[in-house]
Structures are given as structure tokens and as C-alpha cells.
Design a protein around this ligand. Structure first.
Ligand code: CP
Length: 316
């Protein structure tokens, strides 16, 4: 594997999640694989889970890890081809990525969207420039439009939780309120991974919050949350801003998921990628209940990262 940026980079998501679960059962079974290899983690935005789970996964494979918080510690990067750099940017990505590629055997990068210009964000300019100039395998640690490590962890979580062999689980992705506009990345990614894994997926959101169809084709889109939640086995709660009216959000607090809302419709497990705004997106009583899988999802970020790093190290 030379890059891990979307579900399209994975030939078989079910077998990748099986391999991740095998590593979960034997975390140090490949501890010599990454000896004398270095993982560089580049963060242009904040992170708790992605940063620490990736470091832990790499260390268990015997790798060294270097972290660069570009937003605080690096030079201001330029991404425009042919730019006359007489403004605030100090270093071109061509030079920065190429230098990082000499220090690291694998690079991970987190680069959120600006949510101002849809075409620019969906072109994944920053991620693609790193892939182009680094010269080493690149892992997305959440890009402008996708968060594949999170979605792999979510798939692992669903597969290890679901014990009924006779039918597929009913998975529902529900839009949640938030105080600010967030990217579509987690929702886009969750949809494409669930569909690639053959899950029965419904997506519910207020009108106007439709995701880009490329990611959701094959899912049921339902604008009535109560109807969508009926008999759900897994309920994934997430806010995202509008793709159509790009970057805008809605004030609809009634979309917050609560126990009361599920009382007569579903005993399903509750999922969220974290960080979560408690009692805005999801109520305390659901997050703190036995139904919540959010900490298992965070745990499974380790095995998602470890299996992806293993695949890349196998091919170095
Ligand atoms: N879920 C997730 O990516 O968490 P962080 O933003 O803390 O890394």
C-alpha cells in the first residue's frame, strides 16, 4: 500500500478489518517490522485520538515517530504552483514535503478544509501535494473531505460488536446539531466505508444537509429522523456542514440524540468519532450508558492505524 486516503486505496475492507482485529489480539506480533523506520506525523490542525493512536501503533511495530505541529511549529506553507512568495507564506510544500520524505519512511498528514471554497477543498490540494512531493507512502490523518482511519476503526467496532450471523446490521448515520460549521469528512468517509463493507446504511439529516452523492450512492436518505432510527442496530451521530450551501450550518437543536427519542424505536448501539459536544450533539445519558461504543471506537483507532502501517511497511 503506497497511500491510504480513502476506501478506494483498500482492495478488501472486510479482510483489512479482520487483519486489524488479529493485531488487536496480538499487538506485538510484528514488533520487528518497523525497526529503523520512521513515521512522520504532520498536523495542520488539532488532534487527540489520531495523534496518540498513530504513535502507539507505530511504536508497537518497532518504528520511531516524529511529530510536527505545522500550525504552531512549522513555517507557513505555500501550496500555489508558481507563487511569488512575497507574502505571509515562508516555504513551498514542494520543498517541505520533499525534505520530510528524506527524514521519514512513511508520512501521515492532517489537513482540514477551509470550508470557504468547495472546489478547492474537494480537490484535496494539500494532501495531494504531499503525496506528489514526499516520495514516500502517505496516510491521511483526516483530509479536507475524508477520514479513512476513523472509518476503518468504526468498521472494526461494528464487526466486533455485531454477533448475529443471520442478517446484516441496520446502520444509521444521523446528523447532529453543533455550535459551529464542521467538515463533511467523517460523514463522507463513514458512508463510503459502510457501503463498501456491504452494510444496510440509512442517512438522516435535515433538508439541505445532503452529502456529496459520490459518497452516499446506495444508502437510503431519510429526512425524518424518527423514521430512520426505527430498529437501528448502530446509530452514528455526527454533525457536518452543508455541501450544497457550502460550509453553512443549521440551528436545529431538536436533532440532538437522546434516550427519550429512542425509547420506542431502537435499542441500537451509539457511535461518535469524538470529540463530542455533550448535550448538544448527544445527551449525557446515552454517552454514559452501556449502549455507547465511543471509547471502543477510540481504542480501535490503534488497530486501524497499526494495520495500515503494517501494510505499508510490508511493501517498503
Ligand atoms: N476522531 C478523531 O479523529 O479524533 P481527533 O480529532 O482527536 O484525532
Amino acid at each position: 500500500m503506497r497511500k491510504f486516503t480513502s476506501v478506494k486505496d483498500v482492495p478488501d475492507v472486510l479482510s483489512l478489518s479482520d487483519e486489524a482485529l488479529a493485531l488487536k489480539n496480538a499487538p506485538f506480533s510484528q514488533e520487528g517490522l518497523g525497526k529503523h523506520k520512521t513515521l512522520g506525523l504532520i498536523f495542520m490542525n488539532p488532534s487527540l485520538r489520531t495523534r496518540i493512536s498513530s504513535q502507539k501503533a507505530a511504536t508497537s511495530l518497532g518504528m520511531e515517530v516524529m511529530v510536527l505541529n505545522v500550525d504552531k511549529e512549522g513555517w507557513a506553507l505555500e501550496f500555489r504552483e508558481g507563487a511569488i512568495m512575497n507574502g505571509t507564506t515562508v516555504e513551498h510544500v514542494k520543498d517541505a514535503a520533499a525534505a520530510m520524505g528524506r527524514y521519514c519512511d512513511i508520512i501521515g498528514i492532517r489537513c482540514f478544509p477551509g470550508l470557504q471554497n468547495r472546489e478547492e477543498d474537494y480537490a484535496e490540494i494539500i494532501l495531494n501535494q504531499f503525496i506528489r512531493y514526499a516520495g514516500v507512502p502517505v496516510i491521511s490523518l483526516e483530509s479536507a473531505t475524508l477520514h479513512p482511519l476513523q472509518s476503518l476503526a468504526d468498521l472494526i467496532t461494528i464487526r466486533e460488536t455485531w454477533k448475529e450471523s443471520g442478517r446484516k446490521p441496520k446502520v444509521v448515520l444521523t446528523w447532529a446539531p453543533h455550535i459551529k460549521a464542521l467538515p463533511q469528512a467523517v460523514a463522507n468517509s463513514f458512508a463510503e466505508w459502510m457501503l463498501a463493507a456491504g452494510m444496510d446504511l440509512s442517512i438522516t439529516h435535515p433538508p439541505g444537509m445532503e452529502l456529496k452523492e459520490d459518497f452516499t450512492r446506495g444508502a437510503r436518505i431519510i429526512h425524518h429522523q424518527d423514521e430512520a432510527l426505527q430498529d437501528a442496530d448502530f446509530i452514528y451521530v455526527k454533525n457536518w456542514s452543508s455541501y450544497q450551501d457550502y460550509g453553512h450550518t443549521l440551528h436545529q437543536p431538536e436533532w440532538m440524540l437522546t434516550e427519550e427519542k429512542l425509547r420506542h424505536s431502537s435499542l441500537g448501539k451509539i457511535m461518535h468519532c469524538l470529540p463530542v459536544r455533550r448535550n448538544v450533539e448527544l445527551s449525557d445519558e446515552l454517552l454514559d450508558s452501556a449502549r455507547s461504543l465511543v471509547i471502543s471506537q477510540a481504542d480501535n483507532r490503534i488497530w486501524a492505524a497499526q494495520v495500515v502501517l503494517k501494510k505499508m511497511l510490508d511493501n517498503l
